[in-house]
Design a binder for this molecule. Structure first.
Ligand code: FYN
Ligand code: ADP
Length: 584
């Protein structure tokens, strides 16, 4: 986006002046920011109005956490920091969960909150919504800044942008006290004070010896495996990542949000043989994936544990932009520090430069994976072919699977426990960055915020597969979806409770069990209340019809899909983290 002229406020002053409001807006526009996700109120109401008047898209939410989640995922999808704007203290705190989640997931986001008067806050004299927001945000953000003077707005916004997108991306907090907005200054001086950030996320080229080390180790492998994480999806190096995988012939495993980086139907995908390849691989190359709980910290039973075969102990290559990530859980034999685009392209160049034929992995390894995969795929096909009454997760997801196959550009938002885990393994993705889910924290409540942002940013249809419990965290945003007339189809897998609807209160008292909801709830009516389309379905054929109609019409739709309340397991596939969970 080119340079913009600051808006000029005509006053009685002898020369044109600008003010804090306009400097914030101009600084954002100057840096290519075109959308703000937020919720108006004191002291930022006028900022939202003036931003809209200045041509920014302002998407107003019903709760700041959802606006924050929207900003964070917009950052993931676009590599530009997503902006969330909130009021002071309570609004700021509501946005803070999303900011912390963005930092945890390495999503670039800037939470901008209005705040109360420093002089009163610091002396704790009881201002309106008094809170030391900067101090509270600091430990949860990658960086946090406060601007006190209008002439520093340019620097404040520039620093926030750089901090959010450079190196490992993350959440940044920008504190703007109420008084700042009304400060005025000479318009020309104001324009000059703004900074258009040059090269906000500089490439980080890996060292030549690190590339060679990684390549040697990869070459020496008998049972190599590439693990793609959401960092690889974020990097937008899709063609090179695919080329590396296809050129080397190495099987790969996508983490949840890396699904679709290559189509899930790719013959080298080992997703359907996950529990086989992790302990069996001898060299694992992590590409933008951390060895955190989602990968059992690289240790234990998932990876072969102490029973690993003599040849089974893994060696790791890790590509990551953050040098500190290396050795976080296990030894990394070949750290490759740099941005994924540069690292993968350096590996490809080195492979080509060697001029030698790159031997595909040994046939025994590939055929062992194919065999295991074939069994799992056949088992899955058999399960999906069933049509039980009442409908269960599998028969419902069989429909979703077909809909995504027919509409590969659609974005799939997904949260819940069983609704999350079954969708991940059943619904194939075909394009990069099309699956948006609960991420590193397994957080509930991202659903509607992600869905709104996905639709706003991409203009593509969005399908949100939601557990009924998960939906409750952000459900009021269906009004937002209707207000902006977004092409979002929310499908609620309604099984009457958290995990299921069958728990009973053991005392026989009047309260229901903690995990159950109102039985037979009609979430579809919620969408109808705001002018969207609500559909109640109990059979896969009805679900199919409703989803196809939603995609065709592009109208806000909520499908209340009634699922067998006994289907699924407590905590989905992570029951091991909940050792006292009721086993089936
Ligand atoms: C995968 N699988 C398949 C397919 N894809 N089978 C057939 N066809 C296809 N297409 C198989 C795969 O090999 C596994 O079987 C199984 O399905 C599950 O695969 P998944 O989902 O990749 O693996 P798993 O074990 O669930 O992965 C672990 C995990 C994941 C921790 C990465 O569970 C995860 O991302 N969890 C997030 C959970 C979360 O955040 N929950 C929110 C809180 S809920 P086997 O190989 O036979 O094992 C609060 O309660
Ligand atoms: P997943 O949950 O899919 O396994 P993680 O969020 O754990 O993925 O890991 C993502 C990793 O990717 C982080 O360690 C982060 O530093 C890294 N990363 C993010 N963007 C880039 C990039 N452009 N280049 C290199 N590494 C990146």
């Amino acid at each position: 986006m080119g340079a913009v002229e600051p808006q000029v406020v005509v006053t009685d002053a002898p020369s044109p002046v600008t003010d804090g409001f306009h400097l914030v807006i101009d600084a954002l526009k100057l840096n290519g920011i075109d959308t703000i996700f937020g919720l108006p109120g004191i002291p930022i109401t006028d900022l939202t109005r003036k931003a809209q008047a200045a041509g920014l898209r302002v998407i107003s939410f019903r709760h700041e956490q959802n606006a924050g989640n929207a900003a964070a995922i917009a950052g993931f999808m676009t590599q530009k920091p997503g902006i969330c704007l909130t009021v002071s203290a309570p609004g700021f705190l509501n946005g803070l969960t999303a900011l912390a989640n963005a930092t945890t997931n390495c999503f670039p986001m800037i939470l901008i909150s209005g705040s109360s008067e420093r002089e009163i806050v610091d002396l704790q004299q009881g201002d309106y919504e008094e809170m030391d927001q900067l101090a509270i945000a600091k430990p949860l953000a990658k960086a946090a800044f406060r601007v006190l003077h209008a002439e520093d707005i340019g620097v404040g916004v520039a620093r926030a942008i750089r901090a959010a997108v450079s190196g490992r991306p993350g959440g940044v907090y920008l504190d703007l006290p109420a008084k700042l907005f009304a400060q005025s200054m000479d318009a020309e001086a104001g324009r000059k004070s703004l900074i258009k950030v040059v090269d906000p996320a500089p490439r980080q080229i890996p060292a030549e010896d690190a590339v060679q080390r990684a390549l040697e180790l990869l070459k020496s492998a008998k049972r190599p495996l590439i693990l793609l994480g959401k960092g690889a999806a974020y990097a937008q190096a899709d063609a090179d990542i695919r080329a590396l995988i296809e050129r080397t012939g190495i099987p790969y495993l996508p983490m949840s949000m890396a699904k679709g980086l290559l189509p899930d139907t790719h013959e080298q995908s080992a997703a359907a043989a996950r529990s086989f390849v992790l302990p069996e691989a001898d060299v694992v190359m992590l590409v933008g994936a951390r060895l955190n709980w989602l990968l059992s910290q690289g240790k234990g039973k998932t990876w072969g544990g102490k029973d690993a075969k003599a040849w089974g102990a893994q060696k790791f290559i890790q590509i990551d932009i953050s040098p500190q990530e290396m050795d976080s859980n296990v030894r990394i034999e070949a750290p490759l520090v740099g941005d994924i685009g540069s690292c993968v392209s350096a590996l490809l160049t080195a492979i080509k430069a060697a001029g030698t034929h790159w031997a595909k992995p040994p046939a025994e390894w590939l055929s062992a994976i194919a065999e295991r995969k074939g069994k799992n795929l056949a088992k899955m096909a058999e399960t999906l072919a069933r049509d039980p009454a009442p409908m269960n997760f599998h028969s419902a997801l069989n429909v979703v699977r077909d809909i995504i196959k027919a509409n590969p550009e659609a974005i799939l938002v997904n949260e819940g426990a069983n609704a999350l885990d079954f969708t991940r393994s059943i619904v194939d993705m075909y394009r990069p960055r099309k699956r948006l889910d609960v991420g590193t924290w397994g957080i509930m409540g991202i659903g509607m915020g992600f869905a709104v942002a996905a639709a706003v940013v991409s203009g593509q249809p969005v399908i949100a597969i939601e557990g009924d419990s998960a939906f409750g965290f952000s459900g009021m945003e269906v009004e937002t979806i209707c207000r902006y007339n977004l092409p979002v189809c929310v499908v609620i897998f309604n099984n009457n409770g958290v995990y299921g609807g069958t728990d009973v209160n053991p005392t026989g008292g009047p309260d229901v069990a903690p995990t159950v909801f109102v039985k037979g709830a009609r979430y579809d009516k919620l969408m109808e209340a705001f002018g969207g389309i609500g559909v109640h379905v109990t059979k896969p054929a009805e679900l199919r019809q409703a989803m196809e109609a939603a995609i065709r019409s592009g109208k806000p739709t909520l499908i209340n899909a009634v699922i067998d309340e006994t289907a699924g397991t407590e905590s989905g596939r992570i029951t091991s983290l909940n050792p006292t969970a009721k086993k089936k």
